[in-house]
Design a protein around this ligand. Structure first.
Ligand code: ADP
Ligand code: ADP
Ligand code: ZN
Length: 232
């Protein structure tokens, strides 16, 4: 596979950012735009919890308390998912990696495959309001917000008419815990990508459309040579 496929074919896009930064919102659009699968480790855990799988049982307490799920569980689940045939032409990662060992494991697994890492930067005070007002659809991937993307009809998804719900870990005290965990455990991973010379930062504190255009522009040509190749 080419290291620098100009049309992004085969490229793995890694979307980084604090909880509530807008990763999911952007990932849904970007994945559709690029025609690649959107892989959210948070969504994978929530689906396992809903289905009461063994993995779900082991992960539940960590999600509820705002802590990170141990690396071994995350890595097993993630590599199982990206090994599926629909990921052969590249994929978009949302919420992974979140620790330095996860990032190192991903780098090793990607080898010479092309990848790009983009960080959505949003200040802490904006994060809390975003996460605490988040509304998710039970039936589709649409993400809304009580204030910033309010549904036309209360409790009803604008995209599909499904029921909107709030995540139990979007309560203010759990969001603050998740933000602490981000600064303590995830920041070193962000520094790892920065040190590789392959981190592109995006101002996530703009309207969703403006963030999306910045992401697209970067992926279409503004990335540094290191980010394009994956081997810094
Ligand atoms: P957000 O980006 O809003 O914080 P996610 O849906 O990505 O939320 O993650 C929700 C929870 O799932 C996290 O608080 C954590 O418990 C768990 N989780 C998701 N991805 C990872 C990961 N890569 N490593 C460890 N835990 C994870
Ligand atoms: P993450 O996946 O990083 O945790 P989400 O994409 O779920 O974040 O966004 C968190 C909340 O913030 C959602 O309710 C979403 O509608 C809202 N949101 C996302 N992007 C923006 C933005 N640029 N401005 C205002 N609110 C936003
Ligand atoms: Zn919906």
């Amino acid at each position: 596979m080419s290291l620098d496929a100009g049309n992004n074919a085969g490229r793995v896009v890694i979307l980084l950012g604090p909880p509530g930064a807008g990763k999911g919102t952007q990932a849904v659009r970007l994945a559709a735009d690029r025609g690649i699968p959107h892989i959210s480790t948070g969504d994978l855990f929530r689906s396992n919890i809903k289905q009461d799988t063994d993995l779900g049982k082991r992960a539940k307490g960590f999600l509820e308390s705002g802590q990170l799920v141990p690396d071994e569980l995350v890595l097993e689940m993630l590599f199982d998912r990206v090994g599926a045939s629909d990921c052969g032409g590249g994929y978009l990662l949302d919420g992974f990696p979140r620790t330095l060992p996860q990032a190192q494991a991903l780098t090793a697994a990607l080898g010479a495959q092309s990848w790009a890492s983009l960080l959505l930067e949003v200040p802490d005070d904006a994060i809390v309001g975003r996460a605490c007002g988040r509304l998710l659809c039970r039936d589709c991937s649409n993400i809304q917000h009580s204030e910033f993307a309010p549904p036309a009809k209360e409790g009803v998804c604008d995209s599909c008419g499904g029921e909107l719900y709030r995540r139990s870990d979007d309560e203010p005290d759990v969001v603050k815990k998740r933000l602490d965990v981000y600064h303590d455990e995830t920041q070193p991973m962000v520094d790892y990508y920065r040190d590789l010379g392959s981190l592109v930062t995006i101002d996530g504190n703009q309207k969703p459309d403006a963030v999306f255009e910045d992401l697209r522009r970067q992926l279409d040509g503004g990335l540094s040579p290191q980010s394009r190749g994956g081997q810094a």
